[in-house]
Design a binder for this molecule. Structure first.
Ligand code: THU
Length: 131
């Protein structure tokens, strides 16, 4: 794994404690690497009305977009769950809105297991409108 990806994982790890997950107790954090080198992070934010929960990946992507970055090169996901998480369908769709493909690296800080995917393999035949 490249130093760049290692750094992205460690940026996500830095905010993992800020995850708000009192219901599932699965803490998740994410970091997005932009093409200009900037990194934006996010955590999962749950709610008493469960359906309002927002995943860490979407929080990180919306944080990047808010700060003027729409061109991502990679996204890291870290969790204290037993195994690395793959992004949910909603987050995959949000990713494909901005990029044609992206490296997705996912780590369980509990076990140290790291998995790497490409968005194109996790979301084939994606729905996307022409802009
Ligand atoms: N979650 C994420 O933040 N990212 C994922 O990739 C999968 C799931 C969150 C949502 C919820 O707060 C908790 O993990 C359990 O589903």
């Amino acid at each position: 794994m490249s130093i760049e990806i290692d750094k992205l994982i460690s940026e996500a790890e830095k905010v993992l404690d800020n995850s708000y997950a009192p219901y599932s107790r699965i803490r998740v954090a994410s970091a997005v690497l932009c093409s200009d080198g900037r990194v934006f992070t996010g955590v999962n934010v749950e709610n008493s009305s469960y359906g309002l929960t927002v995943c860490a990946e979407r929080t990180a992507i919306f944080n990047a977009v808010t700060n003027g970055c729409r061109d991502f090169r990679a996204i890291a996901i870290v969790t204290d769950f037993d195994e690395p998480l793959t992004p949910c369908g909603a987050c995959r769709q949000v990713m494909i809105e901005f990029v044609s493909d992206i490296i997705i690296v996912s780590k369980s800080v509990k076990t140290g297991i790291v998995k790497e995917y490409r968005l194109s393999e996790l979301l084939p035949h994606a729905f996307k409108l022409k802009r």
